[in-house]
Design a binder for this molecule. Sequence first.
Ligand SMILES: Cc1ncc(COP(=O)(O)O)c(C=O)c1O
Length: 412
Amino acid sequence: MTTTPDASLLEHARALDGNDPLRAHLDAFSEAPGVDAYLDGNSLGRPLRDMPEKLAAFVRDDWGTRLIRSWDEQWMALPMELGDRIGHVALGAAAGQTVVADSTSVLIYKLMRAAAAADPARTELVIEAGNFPTDRFLAEGVAAETGMTLRWIEPDPVHGVSVADVEAVLSERTALVSLSHVDYRSGALADMPGITAAAHGVGALMMWDLCHSAGVIPMQLDEWGVDMAVGCTYKYLNGGPGSPAFAYLRRGLQGVLRQPIQGWWSAADIFAMGPEYVPSGDIRQLLSGTPPVISMLAMQGMLDLIEQSTIAGVRAKSQSLTDLAVRAYDEVLAPLGVRLLSPRDAEQRGGHVTIGHPDFREVTRRLWSDGIIPDFRFPDGIRLGLSPLSTSHVETVTGVLAVRDALESGDL
Ligand SMILES: Cc1ncc(COP(=O)(O)O)c(C=O)c1O
């Protein structure tokens, strides 16, 4: 009897699932009726199964019964406590350096603007031409406000920014280097310690966008001397649509850098109601106004799961899933002319694999209506976003086979 590629891929996936030390966590996520493969956890993580009860308890008890007393009892400290927890579980950051607030875009602006004002002798911001639009647009805005010059890096589209790319544009004029840890398109993983050291070599500050790495890639922000970092919580931290972002500012820069949106929550004494602004000297200076407490609920359960699994365990499963996606691509998609747009080496990749074909916009439309949910990225990329704790190996292969079937159906 001959084995078809589909059968052997699925058998291999079943074996990997059988040996997956984190497989029990798959049941912690709520079911999505009609969805056979959810491959978009790198855009919006799934809710945990116990979210409805947690939300109901919050409304009934913390809000409905304790009412405004809950601010003193727990909510005032939540942005810092949750920040510390993210720092501990996912960032390699000691307490007192991370807060949860705002959106990624707003926190990037605050830190970029603070870095731009840090040293008047430094007049250049280094950014990357392929970075996520919000990062580029914010840098353009900060340059327009401050008169700084943007120095653009144009890296290899598949392998992302290298230390050499960064070194080529650094000088004693560089104020800040601002890059993504994992490229939102290719999934390329940047050398965080190497690039941070290069920026520091010319006395510049280094900021990382961690949207595609927080909760899936181990990192050591303290040990690697990172100055500032921002990330979202709705991807691999499963905080839900529009959940607030987090920002890390290393302790030595707190009380030194000043972020520009100096609302009352960033003041030394929030309730002093004094005549003029006195900034808080600690991480709270990154806040501006009242935090979105309800939107901070969902990520807490996910942080517990990541802590139980360890971030190294999450990364090991992530590499297993993306390796399988690349193997399935080689077997069933490469022969159809689909391009691999992510690095082949799992060490150089984040949590998603990107593939390209001119028909992918239509393929994605078809797959979504059939309950297979990957992510389309202009102009012709499909991202297979494999959130390790909620995605199985069988689901991964099912998704790749469905892409193949849609392409072969010929009636796109
Ligand atoms: C790398 C990166 N930065 C920033 C953002 C968006 O930030 P915000 O949460 O402000 O919408 C995203 C959104 O997907 C992203 O992928």
